[in-house]
Design a protein around this ligand. Structure first.
Ligand code: ADP
Ligand code: MG
Ligand code: MG
Length: 330
C-alpha cells in the first residue's frame, strides 16, 4: 500500500554515519569504498578480534522505488531485505544491521583482502582455462542460488565480485537487486552500461535471468581475453563477437551461448549449471595466488592490499580499448 508521502523523503541528513548503537560496538578503521549511496568502511568489533566490512547507506539517497515494506523489518531498502534472506557461501554474508536517523549500517563478513575481479583482471593473472572455469562456476552457483530465492542481482560485474587468495569468490552489492515474480517484467535497468544486454539497450523490458546470464558472459569474456567484448553500445547491440585469440572449442561455444544477443536463444542458468566446460575437474590446490598474480598482488593477508597496476606495457590494457571506468550504478 503506497502512502501519499514517504517519511523517508524527510529523513535528516545530518546525523553522523557511525552514530547510534553501532559506534558502541565497532571502531571504524578506514574507508575502502564510496559511492552515491554512502561509503564502505573496514571496522573492528570492540572486545573481539574481528574485522568486518560496513556499508553505510544514507537513507535520503536511497531511491523511492528501492524501499520495500516487510512484515518483520518494516520499511527498509531492498538491499537490506534481500541480503537478510540470503545465505550462501558465494554470496556476501550480512551479519547485522544497525541504524540511526540518517543511515543504515550494514555489517558484513569481510571476504578476502580487498581485491575484486576488476583489480584481479587488471593485473593480468596467469589464468588457464581450468582456473578460469573455477572462478566462473562460482559466479554461476551464486546466481543459480539467487534465482532459486527469486532474487535478481541486476548489477553483476567484475567490481561486484570479490576474490580471496584461495580463488574463492563472493558476490556483493545488492543495491540494484529486486525480487522476481512469475510473469513480472522489469522496466528499468539500473546496472552498469558496459554490462547491459542488447535487448535492454534497445529498450525492452526483461525478466532478470536473461540479463544475469549476459552480464556473467561479459565477466567470462573479460577474464578470458583481458579486454571488453564491445567497444561501444552500437557494437553491443549488433552482438558481433570477434575473439582476439583462440581458446578451446568448448569455451568458444560457451562464450557465444552466454553472449547471444537474442535473449530467447541465450543460455539459461540451468544450462550453465550443466555446462561441461564450466564444471570441468579442477585441483585448486595446484594454483598459488601469488604465482597466478605474477607476484603483483602482494602477500599481506593481515590488511587490505593496495593493488598496483602492472608496469609491463607489452600486455594489452583493457582501458586502452574501452572507456572502462568504474562507473556508478543507478
Ligand atoms: P557500491 O554500491 O558503492 O558499489 P559495494 O557494496 O559494491 O558498494 O561495496 C564497495 C566496495 O567495498 C566493493 O567494491 C568492495 O571492494 C568492498 N566490499 C564490499 N563488501 C565487502 C566484503 N564483504 N568484503 C570485502 N570487501 C567488500
Ligand atoms: Mg559495487
Ligand atoms: Mg551498488
Amino acid at each position: 500500500e503506497e502512502k501519499t508521502f514517504s517519511p523517508q523523503k524527510y529523513v535528516p541528513n545530518n546525523v553522523a554515519p557511525e552514530s547510534g548503537e553501532f559506534i558502541k560496538r565497532f571502531i571504524p578503521l578506514r574507508e575502502i569504498g564510496s559511492g552515491a549511496f554512502g561509503h564502505v568502511n573496514l571496522c573492528r568489533r570492540i572486545g573481539i578480534d574481528e574485522i568486518v566490512v560496513v556499508k553505510f547507506l544514507c537513507k535520503s539517497k536511497v531511491f523511492q522505488e528501492s524501499w520495500i515494506e516487510d512484515k518483520d523489518l518494516g520499511r527498509v531498502p531492498k538491499e537490506i531485505l534481500v541480503l537478510s534472506r540470503l545465505k550462501h557461501d558465494k554470496i556476501v554474508d550480512l551479519l547485522e544491521v544497525y541504524e540511526n536517523l540518517s543511515y543504515y549500517q550494514l555489517v558484513m563478513r569481510k571476504h578476502g583482502d580487498g581485491m575484486d575481479l576488476f583489480d584481479f583482471i587488471e593485473l593480468h593473472p596467469l589464468l588457464d582455462e581450468i582456473l578460469l572455469s573455477y572462478i566462473f562456476r562460482q559466479i554461476v552457483d551464486a546466481v543459480a542460488y539467487l534465482h532459486s530465492c527469486n532474487v535478481a542481482h541486476r548489477d553483476i560485474k567484475d567490481e561486484n565480485v570479490i576474490i580471496d587468495e584461495d580463488f574463492n569468490i563472493r558476490l556483493i552489492d545488492f543495491g540494484s537487486a529486486d525480487f522476481m515474480e512469475e510473469g513480472k517484467l522489469f522496466a528499468t535497468f539500473c546496472g552498469t552500461m558496459e554490462y547491459c544486454s542488447p535487448e535492454i539497450l534497445l529498450g525492452n523490458k526483461y525478466y532478470g535471468p536473461e540479463l544475469e546470464v549476459w552480464t556473467m558472459g561479459i565477466i567470462l569474456y573479460t577474464m578470458t581475453f583481458f579486454e571488453n567484448p564491445y567497444v561501444d553500445v552500437e557494437e553491443a547491440i549488433s552482438g558481433q563477437l570477434n575473439l582476439p585469440f583462440r581458446v578451446s572449442a568448448k569455451l568458444t561455444q560457451l562464450i557465444f551461448q552466454v553472449l547471444d544477443p537474442n535473449p530467447k536463444s541465450r543460455a539459461s542458468v540451468t544450462q550453465l549449471l550443466a555446462n561441461e566446460w564450466t564444471y570441468q575437474p579442477v585441483d585448486i590446490k595446484k594454483y598459488h595466488f601469488f604465482a597466478v598474480m605474477r607476484g603483483q598482488a602482494g602477500h599481506d593477508t593481515s590488511s587490505f592490499i593496495e593493488a598496483e597496476l602492472p608496469s609491463d606495457t607489452t600486455t594489452p590494457k583493457i582501458s586502452s580499448r574501452y572507456q572502462y571506468v568504474k562507473s556508478e550504478s543507478c
